[in-house]
Design a protein around this ligand. Structure first.
Ligand code: ADP
Ligand code: MG
Length: 346
């Protein structure tokens, strides 16, 4: 094999560029479901239907009733770095949509047999575009109600190295369900219906704008709901609200810790640390609290463009936020602390 320096520099073909990007964005069927459902939410969907086969490895079909895409723009939707969500650096800094990178669809379409059918207001029929492993087909009229359907078949069929890493049907379905639970907690206003191998597997009714005890109960179990303390506190342009488990309800692992920053589910070490500290004198060492917390702040105070899959954010004033979270939860836990002190005195 010639040394790298003997080979001329040349641009990579588009499909290969997309497949490389897919390496970061599309880890498994659950990441495909996440990206496509986020697009549905960004399009204003009130109801999202998710049909899966074989844990999503054979088929993921997601239909929404959102605003749809004008036929002429369908080819752009699957073009890299094409997005309707931002147009400038200024928009990026204040971004309020879940998507903004214009990378998900082209990445997914480059590693699957992909089809997108959409109809927007004012169009008298739907339009469909198929992409087979990155090879783009022709636009064709196709019946469809207002909204969009994305189909992803045979994920990684053309990337054997990735396909090999797909796990058993149950495992992949488990990852999808966990992600949908995370979503259901933050968007109680949206109805989600899931089928697996043709059978209904899950339904989250669109219940209203606020997370209710019902959905909390469904997502985290009756025991959490019974032992949850409501939190809602605002200061310095920050608001933290949601539910935290009383110390009596604790876990061996961090499996029931949900944090949302401006509606986006994220992992954040600094916030996790603040929560841990707030619980430090009421939980046994090694036990984990359970919580569903929503942090809201001016989008300009948080950078969401840190990771392609957007699991992480960077706060402009991380220290302030850490202390705000700590103090809010420490205060909320005061009643449980008073109870414990009384217990010890006896
Ligand atoms: P991003 O979400 O970062 O903009 P995507 O690749 O996920 O990038 O989607 C590209 C574009 O396709 C979006 O900006 C949006 O305009 C359009 N789009 C994708 N999915 C939908 C949908 N379900 N409904 C309406 N428009 C959509
Ligand atoms: Mg997107």
């Amino acid at each position: 094999m010639p040394a790298a320096s003997d080979v001329p520099i040349r641009p990579l073909p588009d499909t290969l560029i997309n497949q490389i990007a897919a390496g970061e964005v599309v880890e498994r069927p659950a990441s495909v479901v996440k990206e496509i459902v986020e697009n549905a939410l960004d399009a204003g969907a009130r109801r999202v239907d998710i049909d899966l086969e074989d844990g999503g490895t054979r088929l993921i079909r997601i239909r929404d009733d959102g605003g749809g895409i004008p036929p002429g723009e369908l080819p752009l939707a699957i073009q890299r770095h094409a997005t309707s969500k931002i147009a400038s650096l200024d928009d990026l800094e204040g971004v309020a949509t879940l998507g903004f990178r214009g990378e998900a669809l082209p990445s997914i379409a480059s590693v699957s047999r992909f089809a997108m059918t959409s109809r927007c207001d004012g169009a008298d029929h739907g339009t469909r575009l198929e992409v087979d492993g990155g090879r783009v087909g022709e636009l064709a009229p196709h019946p469809h109600p207002r909204g969009t359907t994305v189909e992803v078949r045979d994920l990684f069929f053309n990337v054997p190295a990735r396909r090999k890493f797909l796990r058993a049907e149950r495992t992949e379905l488990g990852h999808i369900e966990e992600w949908l639970r995370q979503l259901a907690l933050s968007r109680p206003d949206v109805e989600l219906r899931v089928t697996h191998n043709g059978r209904p597997s899950r339904r989250w009714k669109g219940e209203g704008t606020l997370l209710t005890d019902v959905r909390l109960h469904e997502a985290l179990g009756e025991e959490f709901a019974r032992n949850a303390l409501a939190v809602d506190h605002a200061a310095a342009g920050l608001r933290l609200h949601g539910w935290i488990g009383r110390p009596v309800y604790n876990r061996a692992s961090a499996d029931q810790q949900y944090l949302y920053v401006n509606g986006r589910a994220v992992r954040d070490r600094s916030v996790a640390h603040a929560v841990k500290q707030a619980y430090s004198d009421v939980l046994f060492h090694g036990r984990q609290p359970a919580y569903v917390l929503f942090l809201e702040l001016d989008p300009r105070r948080v950078d969401v463009n840190v990771h392609p899959a957007k699991h992480e954010v960077r706060f402009r004033d991380a220290r302030l936020i850490h202390d705000f979270v700590f103090r809010t939860l420490h205060e909320a836990l005061a009643e449980t602390r008073a109870g414990m002190a009384g217990g010890e005195a006896l």
